[in-house]
Design a protein around this ligand. Structure first.
Ligand SMILES: NC(=O)c1ccc[n+]([C@@H]2O[C@H](COP(=O)([O-])OP(=O)(O)OC[C@H]3O[C@@H](n4cnc5c(N)ncnc54)[C@H](O)[C@@H]3O)[C@@H](O)[C@H]2O)c1
Length: 248
């Protein structure tokens, strides 16, 4: 049971929930790969985790580029010997009304949130299948249900739910599970930048009356990554304080 000595690659893990997930997995005995597109953030995260005695390596790579992803995954296997857990976490959003969105807004959002997860899963599964073991965990969003002003993001995250289901069907007999987490509002520094009236409105819609924090996501990922949890696959798990229960 657990994730002892498992090798975990978390994309976009030099910030936010990816960073906290990387810490939690490493604290539970995994060898963890910190990936991000920003070199200084990777360097700083790896230095901090190493100082805390955790087993980590850094990989600067743009997950929307196949060449970068293939090089990164090969480096992980060369260095740590396998790749057992993949968390497709890196993401961003370009939001706006349909009439205002540009082709670039669409391409960037879909390339990072959806194509990146496809490329990483494709590269990773080549190393999971021969070991008859693997955990792929995709970070979507409650917004996959649909949000006004979120055409690229909602479409990309809905696509990620579809990808999760396909991977579960294709890889189920190979010992590889594929699941999706749909976070709701999670406290990150971005929250502090919102005007107070927006914060009040968003909080008024939360059945739990509060935001989640990065540990709420990290703990769910830790659960899904566990060796013992081999019979949960193809699922979407909402970690959103009940906000998925109604629209609007
Ligand atoms: N924060 C929330 O409330 C929330 C809610 C629902 C879903 N999510 C999703 O959770 C995930 C993490 O969100 P977060 O708030 O922790 O974000 P964050 O911005 O703190 O971290 C995302 C990281 O991804 C990196 N990144 C961006 N493009 C990349 C690329 N091409 N290649 C590699 N790395 C790249 C960024 O540099 C950043 O460090 C995202 O997929 C996001 O869509 C967040």
């Amino acid at each position: 049971m657990g994730i002892q000595n498992r090798v975990a690659l978390i994309t976009g893990s030099a910030s936010g929930m990816g960073r906290q997930t990387a810490r939690r997995l490493a604290e539970n005995g995994a060898k963890v790969v910190i990936n991000d597109i920003v070199p200084e953030k990777v360097e700083e995260t790896v230095a901090e985790f190493k100082a805390d005695g955790l087993t980590v390596m850094g990989q600067v790579a743009d997950i929307s580029s196949k060449a970068s992803v293939d090089t990164m995954v090969q480096a992980v296997v060369d260095n740590f010997g396998s790749l057992d857990i993949l968390v497709n976490n890196a993401g961003m959003e370009r939001a706006g009304a349909l009439r205002k969105l540009t082709e670039q807004d669409w391409d960037l959002t879909v390339d990072i949130n959806l194509k990146g997860a496809f490329l990483c899963s494709q590269a990773a599964h080549n190393h999971m299948v021969p070991n008859n073991h693997g955990r792929i965990i995709n970070i979507a969003s409650r917004a996959w249900l649909g949000g006004p002003g979120q055409a690229p993001y909602t479409s990309a995250k809905a696509g990620l739910v579809g990808l999760t289901r396909v991977l579960a069907l294709e890889l189920g007999r190979k010992g590889v599970t594929s699941n999706c987490i749909a976070p709701g509002l999670i406290y990150t520094p971005m929250w502090d930048e919102l005007p107070e009236k927006n914060q009040k409105f968003l909080l008024s819609k939360q059945p739990t009356g509060r935001l989640g924090d990065t540990d709420d996501i990290a703990n769910t990922i830790l659960f899904l990554a566990d060796d013992d949890n081999a019979f949960i696959t193809g699922q979407v798990i909402y970690v959103c304080g009940g906000r998925s229960l109604f629209s609007g």
